[in-house]
Design a protein around this ligand. Structure first.
Ligand code: G6P
Length: 606
C-alpha cells in the first residue's frame, strides 16, 4: 500500500524523489522518507505525516545526492512515526518496502540472535538486516539481495541502496507491483507508471518474483530463480498533466466534475455509435454463459452490485457479487460456464487479485474492469475491460465508480441482446439512452449549489441513513460509504424495504435520512418509506427527479431534483448528488478530502 521510487540520476534527485512521492501519495501518506548516496555513503531524511513534513526536513537539511530512493507509507507493522518511516537501514543496506513480510518475527529473532539490534517496529527492517548479513558473508550486492529474498515469505516491492555503491539501486517484487523506467543516461524504479511519469514513459513491468539492479544506463533483471531475463519495454501514457488539480480545490471535486467526460470516453469504447449497438471487446459469448461472478472491494464492489441489478434484469443472466476478501477464503462453489469479473480501479487490490487467481485456478474465464490498464490484474486476466476516466487520485472513488457502471450497463445491454432478451430496436433505444448519460450526469453535477446547502445541515449530524430500492439500494450503500470515508460521520446504507427490520429504530429528529428515489417502478414503495420516516420525526433529504418531485409526499425537509432519466442510466445520473453531498460535508467539516485518515487508494495488502 506504500509507494516506492528509486533513481540513478545524473543530477540531484531530491526534488524528483519528492515529486514522485507526491504522485504516489494515493498509496499511503502517514509518513515519508528519502535516502541518497552522498560522497559514497547513504544518508536518510524521514518525517512522520504528509510529504510536506518531509519537505520541511529537506529544506533544513538537503540531500545532495544523484542516486536515491523514496517512500510514502501506509502503516501496517508499527505506528506512523519517524522511527518507523522508511527508508530503513541495517549496516550497509538502506531500503524502502511496500507490502508485508509474513515471517518477519521469526527472521527478526534469527537476526537478533546474530547480534543485530532493530531501530523500528516494522517488518521492513529485517529485509535490510538479511541483505546486510549476506553482504557481510562476502556476496556481491545482487547475490546478497537474491539470498535475502529467498528467505522472505509474504508480499513485497522493495528499493535498495548499498553504502559504498554510488551507481546502484536494486529492486524486487512479489505480490506488489514494481516498474523499471528507462531514461536518457538515467534509470528509475517505481511502484507504478505514475511514479516515474515525470521522468520517462518507457517502462518495463517486473513479473512476480523478479529482482533488478539499475545503474545509469541499464537494468539487469532476474527472475525468481536468478536467471537473467528481459521484460518487454513499453511506452505508456502517464502524462504529467493528467494528475493536476486544475482550478479545483481538491482532486475529489475535480474527479466528480470529470465524470461526464470519463463516462463518455468509457461508453464510446463499449458501443458502436454508428450502428447503435453495444460492442463489448474480448470475445466473451454471453449467450453461452450460465453465470457471472463479480468480485471486488470497496466502491468497486458497490459498482458490481449495480451490475447485478442491470445484468439480471436486462439479460436474465444470474450474477453473484461478492466482497473479494470473503470470496477468496470461503471455498466458493465455482462451476464451469461462469465468467469471473474483477472490478478494480487500481487493478492492484490484493484481495480482488487473489479472488481472480482463485477463479483462474478453477478453470473459469476471468475478466477485469480496471482503470489502471498496466496493472497486475489487467495483465493477468483473460479479458480486460478498461474504463477510460483517467487517473483517479482522490482516495474516495468517484469517476472510476461511474465509469465502471458505464461498462456494466453496456455489458448488460450486450448480454441481453446475445441472449435474445431484447430485439435490435430495443438495443438501439438502450444504446441511445446510454449515450445520453454523460449529458445528464453533467446536469446532475450542476445541482452542486443545492447539495452544498444540504451539506451544511448534514455536517451537524452524528449519524446519517441512506435508503434506496432496486438500483438505488447499491447507490445508498455508496452514499453512506462516501460520507463515512471523507467526513467521518457514521452512515449506513440500507435497502429501504429493510427499514422496518432495524434502522427505523434509529429514526429521530436528529438523524438525517437520505432517500434515493427517482420516479421508477419502486417509487411508490420508497415514498411510503419516506412517510414512515417522517411520521417518526425523521428529517428526510429526498433525492429524486422531476416526476418524483411531483409525486412525493409533502414534508420532506429538502428535495434535490436530479434530471429525469431512463431507469437504465438512473444510477449514473443519481451518483453525482451523493458524491457531492459527501464532498461538501467533508469540506464543511474541514476534513482532509483527498487523503482521509487511515485510508489508502490502493490496498495492496489484504
Ligand atoms: C480502497 C479505496 C476505495 C476503493 C477500494 C477498492 O478502499 O479507498 O476507494 O473502492 O480500495 O479499490 P480498487 O482499486 O480495487 O477499486
Amino acid at each position: 500500500m506504500c509507494g516506492i521510487i528509486g533513481i540513478v540520476g545524473r543530477s540531484s534527485v531530491q526534488e524528483r524523489l519528492i515529486d514522485s512521492l507526491k504522485r504516489l501519495e494515493y498509496r499511503g501518506y502517514d509518513s515519508a522518507g528519502v535516502a541518497g548516496v552522498v560522497d559514497g555513503h547513504v544518508q536518510r531524511r524521514r518525517a512522520a505525516g504528509k510529504i510536506k513534513a518531509l519537505e520541511d526536513v529537506l529544506a533544513a537539511d538537503p540531500l545532495n545526492a544523484t542516486v536515491g530512493i523514496g517512500h510514502t507509507r501506509w502503516a501496517t507493522h508499527g505506528g506512523p512515526s519517524t522511527k518507523n518511516a522508511h527508508p530503513h537501514t541495517q549496516g550497509r543496506v538502506t531500503l524502502v518496502h511496500n507490502g508485508i513480510i509474513e515471517n518477519y518475527a521469526e527472521l527478526r529473532e534469527m537476526l537478533k540472535a546474530d547480534g543485530r539490534t532493530f531501530e523500528s517496529e516494522t517488518d521492513t527492517e529485517v529485509i535490510a538486516g538479511l541483505i546486510d548479513s549476506e553482504l557481510a558473508s562476502g556476496k556481491d550486492p545482487v547475490a546478497a539481495l537474491k539470498a535475502a529474498l529467498d528467505q522472505l515469505s509474504g508480499a513485497y516491492a522493495i528499493g535498495v541502496l548499498i553504502d559504498g555503491e554510488d551507481e546502484l539501486v536494486m529492486g524486487a517484487r512479489k505480490g506488489s507491483p514494481l516498474v523499471v523506467g528507462y531514461g536518457e543516461g538515467e534509470m528509475f524504479i517505481g511502484s507504478d507508471a505514475l511514479a516515474v511519469g515525470p521522468f520517462t514513459n518507457r517502462i518495463a513491468y517486473l513479473e512476480e518474483g523478479d529482482y533488478v539492479a539499475i545503474d545509469h544506463d541499464k537494468a539487469r533483471i532476474f527472475d525468481a530463480n536468478g536467471k537473467p531475463v528481459k521484460r518487454e519495454m513499453r511506452t505508456v501514457a502517464a502524462s504529467a498533466a493528467l494528475v493536476e488539480k486544475g482550478n479545483y480545490r481538491h482532486f475529489m471535486e475535480k474527479e466528480i466534475h470529470d465524470q461526464p467526460e470519463g463516462c463518455q470516453r468509457t461508453i464510446a469504447a463499449y458501443v458502436d455509435t454508428l450502428a447503435e449497438r453495444a460492442a463489448i471487446p474480448g470475445g466473451v459469448d454471453f449467450a453461452a454463459l450460465e453465470r457471472i461472478q463479480i468480485v471486488a472491494c470497496g466502491t468497486s464492489y458497490i459498482a458490481g452490485l449495480l451490475g447485478k441489478y442491470l445484468i439480471e434484469q436486462l439479460a436474465d443472466l444470474p450474477v453473484d457479487v461478492e466482497i473479494a476478501s470473503e470470496f477468496r477464503y470461503r471455498d466458493p462453489a465455482l462451476k464451469p460456464g461462469t465468467l469471473a469479473i474483477g472490478m478494480s480501479q487500481s487493478g492492484e487490490t490484493a484481495d480482488t487479485l487473489a479472488a481472480l487467481r482463485l477463479c483462474e485456478a478453477k478453470g473459469m474465464t476471468t475478466a477485469a474492469v480496471v482503470n489502471a490498464q498496466e496493472s497486475t490484474m489487467a495483465r493477468e486476466v483473460d479479458v480486460v475491460w478498461p474504463i477510460h476516466c483517467g487517473p483517479e487520485i482522490g482516495v474516495a472513488s468517484t469517476k472510476a465508480f461511474t465509469a465502471q457502471i458505464s461498462v456494466l450497463t453496456a455489458l448488460a445491454v450486450a448480454a441481453a441482446r446475445a441472449r435474445g432478451q431484447i430485439d435490435a430496436a430495443e438495443e438501439q433505444r438502450l444504446v441511445r439512452v446510454l449515450l445520453g448519460a454523460p449529458r445528464l450526469i453533467a446536469e446532475s453535477i450542476n445541482l452542486e449549489d443545492a447539495v452544498k446547502a444540504v451539506a451544511v445541515e448534514i455536517a451537524k449530524a452524528r449519524d446519517v441513513l441512506f435508503l434506496g430500492r432496486g438500483p438505488m439500494y447499491p447507490l445508498a450503500l455508496e452514499g453512506a460509504l462516501k460520507l463515512k470515508e471523507i467526513s467521518y460521520i457514521h452512515a449506513e446504507g440500507y435497502a429501504a424495504g429493510e427499514l422496518k427490520h432495524g434502522p427505523i429504530a434509529l429514526v429521530d429528529e436528529k438523524t438525517p435520512i437520505v432517500i434515493l428515489a427517482p420516479f421508477d417502478s419502486y417509487f411508490e414503495k420508497s415514498a411510503s418509506n419516506m412517510s414512515e420516516v417522517m411520521a417518526r420525526g425523521g428529517q428526510v433529504v429526498f433525492i429524486t427527479d422531476p416526476e418524483g418531485q411531483q409525486h412525493a409526499p409533502a414534508g420532506a425537509r429538502v428535495v434535490v431534483t436530479a434530471p429525469q432519466s431512463d431507469p437504465l442510466i438512473a444510477p449514473l445520473v443519481m451518483a453525482a448528488p451523493i458524491q457531492l453531498l459527501a464532498y461538501y460535508v467533508a469540506v464543511q467539516k474541514g476534513a482532509d478530502v483527498d487523503q482521509p485518515r487511515n485510508l489508502a487508494k490502493s490496498v495492496t495488502v489484504e
